[in-house]
Design a protein around this ligand. Structure first.
Ligand SMILES: CC(=O)[C@@H](O)[C@H](O)COP(=O)(O)O
Ligand SMILES: NCC(=O)COP(=O)(O)O
Length: 252
């Protein structure tokens, strides 16, 4: 039996970053959403941050109207975002850590430490029909608590792996890669579906894509950057091909 094809979620946050640089309407994230399916993406990720530095509230419905792809809404663990997600009812809602002063996500959500705050949010999102995901570190305790919280999906933070890869290539990142691999195996043992994301590029994606337990990769900043030079279609197609190569090489 052939394995299901690993899904590619395209995060289009940083189309909005460029748009917001001038406070105008171009480039429109909804146009990227409309192009994503044909380019090979299996889903869209949009992160409505508390400070609205990129994706705006009005983008949610515009993106939905522009594409049939399932939307994965990334959100902080706040009452405001929970109410927005319950009203918008995306295919998936991924609870991520957020600090106003951060340049980008710096790590996974501490679901163990924030259990009592997150538990009711998970229930409300699930009751609204969202597939709930928790963006966590590749850590056995966090995975165990994610299971207790009833989230069917976890997304493993690959930012540390990406940083180590940038510093020293595959060797430097090998121990973090093993940590991610073991976390994905542990997640499956607990009946959770592991995804992975943050900082993935053409250069570092294949070792993560080669982990058979990982069902979905969410990739954004690098692909939007590449799109400036080659176009979004080519950038997504290349990432898709690298993921397929990794899966094929694993099968040999
Ligand atoms: C949670 C995560 O790793 C990203 O999807 C997140 O969107 C990063 O935040 P920015 O998109 O604001 O860089
Ligand atoms: N959750 C990860 C994501 O959606 C995209 O992260 P990045 O590729 O923009 O770093």
């Amino acid at each position: 039996m052939t394995e299901p094809r690993q899904r590619l979620g395209l995060n289009i946050d940083h189309v909005a970053t460029i748009r917001n640089a001038r406070g105008g309407v171009h480039p429109d994230p909804a146009r990227a959403a409309a192009m994503a399916h044909a380019a090979g993406a299996d889903g869209l990720t949009i992160h409505l941050r508390e400070d609205r530095r990129h994706i705006q509230d009005a983008d949610l419905q515009k993106v939905r109207e522009a594409s049939d792809l399932p939307i994965n809404l990334e959100m902080a663990a706040t009452e405001e975002m929970t109410q927005i997600a319950v009203a918008f009812k995306p295919h998936a809602a991924c609870i991520v850590p957020e600090k106003r002063e951060e340049r980008t996500t710096e790590g996974g959500l501490d679901v163990a430490g924030l259990h009592n705050q997150i538990a009711p949010m998970v229930r409300r999102l699930a009751d609204a029909g969202c597939r709930v995901s928790l963006f966590i570190e590749p850590d056995p305790v966090q995975i165990a608590v994610a299971e207790v919280l009833g989230a069917p999906v976890i997304e493993l933070h690959t930012g540390r792996f990406a940083e180590l890869w940038l510093e020293g290539g595959a060797d430097a990142a090998s121990s973090e890669l093993e940590r991610i691999r073991l976390a994905a195996v542990e997640a499956r043992k607990r009946g959770l579906e592991p995804h992975a994301g943050h900082g993935l590029t053409f250069d570092n994606v294949k070792p993560i894509a080669a982990i058979p337990e990982v069902a979905e990769l969410n990739i954004g900043h690098f692909l939007i950057g590449e799109a400036i030079f080659t176009g979004l279609d080519q950038a997504v197609k290349r990432m898709r091909a690298l993921m397929d190569e990794a899966q094929a090489e694993r099968a040999r």
